[in-house]
Write a protein that binds this ligand. Structure first.
Ligand SMILES: C[S@@+](CC[C@H](N)C(=O)[O-])C[C@H]1O[C@@H](n2cnc3c(N)ncnc32)[C@H](O)[C@@H]1O
Length: 285
């Protein structure tokens, strides 16, 4: 069988189950099984497809057809620049969160916090923000927190996978609570979906840990908490917060930080769809 036929077979199976990204998923499945890039897949740049490969693809397809997201079926998922171990204990990294990584890299490289800024990735999940950040700015002192022990275990596996286990301090606890060194930059993709909306989300999102999605009654519970923590945790009351959220939440989060700090500035960064997605909060600077 040619790879073209194999791809179109997988795609048909996925489409017939109403999976919207059938073409992309068929590619990802074959790339995973053959361990090749998309480029090599289309150039036929790999050894022949074996019966074993076909059998593996069938197994993946049948697991996928149960509704389980492809990231959990494959157990590996691309986040920004790297493939990370993923399990149903962690959120599947989203493209929107790459804004946090890119802006975080820019801030660390700008030198505003000197040569070795202290950075915290709050609610690290699989560790995607922390890993991509330190690979691009190796001089930072990096902490990653989560209040899910099982998520932290996955993050630690990923830190080891990239030889970063000694370089990233992972801490279990509530947001910034376990941090005892004063941070310069805090990056967080916290749960921000109002509890009542969780059951209305796409079926696939419901496979993800509720703890990674549920932001309490109004979706703002963790922003409220981290705004309060920001008062006692910052280095000389000076620092930057990069927080991902839904566009209508921005105004409320601005007020929460205004209430805690006399001198605070805000910027909003849009995502690829043009929606206000990340709030940058500069405190005391
Ligand atoms: C939306 S996920 C983000 C995961 C990862 N940073 C990413 O961007 O893919 C939120 C993460 O925050 C963690 N979390 C939820 N509440 C927390 C809390 N109070 N303290 C620390 N982490 C928390 C969840 O376990 C989850 O891993």
């Amino acid at each position: 069988v040619s790879i073209r036929d194999s791809l179109s077979f997988a795609q048909k199976i996925l489409s017939s189950a109403n999976i919207s990204e059938a073409v992309i998923e068929a590619e990802l499945i074959w790339m995973h099984v053959l361990n090749v890039s998309r480029h090599d897949l289309y150039l036929d740049n790999f050894p022949n497809v074996t019966d074993l490969n076909v059998k593996r693809v069938h197994e993946i397809l049948s697991e996928r057809l149960t509704g389980k997201p492809l990231a959990y079926v494959l157990g590996l998922w691309k986040a920004y620049d790297v493939d990370l171990i993923i399990s149903p204990d962690v959120l599947i990294p989203r493209p929107e969160s790459e804004i946090l990584i890119e802006r975080g890299i820019e801030i660390c490289r700008s030198g505003v916090f000197g040569k070795s800024p202290v950075v915290v990735d709050v609610g690290t999940g699989c560790g995607s923000i922390a890993i991509n950040l330190i690979r691009n700015v190796p001089n930072i002192q990096l902490f990653a927190t989560d209040n899910s022990k099982r998520a932290l275990e996955i993050a630690q596996q990923n830190f080891k996978r990239f030889g970063l286990y000694e370089r990233i301090t992972s801490l279990y606890g509530d947001l910034l609570e376990p941090i005892f060194i004063l941070p310069d930059l805090v990056i967080a993709n916290l749960p921000y979906i109002p509890s009542r909306n969780i059951d209305w989300l796409q079926e696939e999102v419901r496979w993800e840990p509720r703890k990674a999605l549920d932001g309490g009654n109004d979706g703002l519970a963790y922003f409220r908490k981290i705004a309060v923590q920001s008062k006692s945790k910052l280095n000389n009351c000076r620092g930057v917060f990069l927080l991902e959220m839904d566009p209508p939440q921005i105004e409320d989060v601005v007020s929460m930080f205004r209430a805690e700090h006399p001198k605070v500035k805000f910027d909003v960064i849009r995502d690829l769809r043009g929606l206000d997605r990340v709030l940058e909060i500069r405190i005391g600077m």
